[in-house]
Design a protein around this ligand. Structure first.
Ligand SMILES: Cc1cc2nc3c(=O)[nH]c(=O)nc-3n(C[C@H](O)[C@H](O)[C@H](O)COP(=O)(O)OP(=O)(O)OC[C@H]3O[C@@H](n4cnc5c(N)ncnc54)[C@H](O)[C@@H]3O)c2cc1C
Length: 364
């Protein structure tokens, strides 16, 4: 059995190792556009690689039921154990799982060692340009030639962070093959707001952030926020972006900050007790309420600063085995699918759980 994996990212590499562990006689080839595999893994978790989360996974995903169904079959604990067996030992901080080495680069090297040991073929700087059906096989077409395989797995990621290979061009190829791609937008992205935030750009503060849609609070989270020239950032804001992507009418979205959540402050002279002088001055001079600082959503930041894509290959295009409903022996896993998660290890976990499902489907 000859298997092509398009994309040497997190899902593709995990899948290659798991296939070879389960079915050593299969031949596995990874096609990667970049000069090396696993480039995105290196930047995850600020270079520390938050690869799993042992807390609840419910409500953490767009297309939550689909993602959770896969995570029931290959659980966060399974992921941690699998990595532990390969030599990536877990360090757990408030449910977030990091490698003991605290280094994404160590994780990448350990995965590469596994690929080498298991004799996976890796073809870098060979983007798949197209594919064709030929008799019972598929031809993967690259600039350097066409290669025949029994099965193809698309693990080519989404349309964000194009600087690391995921420029979304894979979706143009799939659209030519009549796959439905749901609209793409940046997720886990800073947010641009209509109000002017330039004066407090670079300032950080702890706060309670509420996402208000059509006058109702639909999501709340506490944490540190960073003001930018024209918007807001920080993990709480990245998570808000994931929730905003799921709302139908973005014009009616407000982001409301409470910068002193445990106190109702009526006297503006007391603002300094809760925020730094720059933020206090901004609030006072603009006559803003420290407990109810309202921003109107304008847009997401550009894809090159967003961690994941919202949208992708529509879930109606795959069956429960993650095999295409259009073409036999074609599979999808990872961010290429229309699933995206919140910050905290959920996106890597989806990449692993979906790859594990494809491994089982291919092996029968
Ligand atoms: C800055 C940053 C920090 C992040 N931190 C975390 C974190 O801590 N925890 C977490 O859970 N998630 C994190 N994520 C998200 C996570 O990295 C992704 O969700 C995950 O990498 C998706 O895995 P994937 O294999 O589907 O796609 P990718 O890892 O993006 O891999 C896809 C690969 O396919 C290749 N490719 C694309 N088109 C082609 C083609 N035509 N032919 C051949 N190859 C192709 C690309 O070059 C790429 O190498 C972070 C993302 C970013 C950008």
């Amino acid at each position: 059995m000859k298997i092509a994996i398009v994309g040497g990212g997190v899902a593709g590499v995990f899948l290659a190792i798991r296939i070879k562990e389960g079915y050593p006689s299969f031949s596995v080839t990874i096609f990667e556009k970049n000069s090396d595999i696993l480039k995105k893994l290196l930047v995850t978790g600020n270079g520390h690689c938050n690869y799993a989360n042992l807390g609840s996974t419910i409500g953490k995903y767009h297309n939550d039921e689909f993602a959770n169904n896969l995570l029931k079959q290959f659980t966060p604990q399974d992921i941690v154990q699998t990595f532990d067996r390969w030599g990536v030992h877990p360090e757990i901080v408030n449910d977030l799982v990091y490698p003991v080495s605290n280094s994404a680069a160590s994780v990448a090297l350990i995965l590469k060692k596994q690929l080498h040991k298991l004799d996976v073929t890796i073809l870098c700087e060979q983007p798949m340009l197209d594919y064709q059906k030929k008799d019972d096989q598929y031809l993967v077409v690259t600039e350097k030639g066409s290669y025949a395989f029994d099965k193809i797995v698309f693990a080519a990621g989404g349309a964000c962070y194009p600087q690391l290979g995921t420029d979304g061009s894979i979706y143009n190829i799939l659209e030519k093959h009549h796959y439905k791609i749901t609209p793409l937008s940046p997720s886990l992205s800073p947010l641009k707001v209509k109000e002017n935030t330039k004066r407090i750009s670079g300032q950080r503060t702890k706060c309670l952030v509420s996402l208000v849609f059509q006058e109702e609070v639909v999501y709340q989270e506490s944490g540190e926020l960073l003001f930018k020239d024209d918007g807001l950032s920080g993990i709480v804001i990245l998570n808000m972006s994931q929730k905003i992507n799921m709302l139908p009418n973005k014009d009616q979205v407000k982001i409301v900050l409470n910068l002193a959540p445990n106190n109702r402050i009526t006297n503006k002279d007391n603002y300094l007790e809760y925020v730094n002088p720059k933020i206090a001055d901004y609030l006072v001079s603009n006559q803003l309420d420290i407990n109810n600082l309202v921003f109107s959503f304008k847009d997401f930041y550009e894809p090159k600063v967003a961690e994941v894509s919202h949208g992708g290959v529509a879930l109606s295009e795959v069956n429960d085995s993650l095999e295409s409903t259009k073409e036999k022996d074609v599979y999808f896993c990872g961010e290429i699918l229309d699933v995206d998660g919140m910050c905290g290890g959920f996106n890597l976990m989806f990449a692993f759980a979906s790859a594990e499902k494809v491994k089982k489907s291919i092996g029968g």
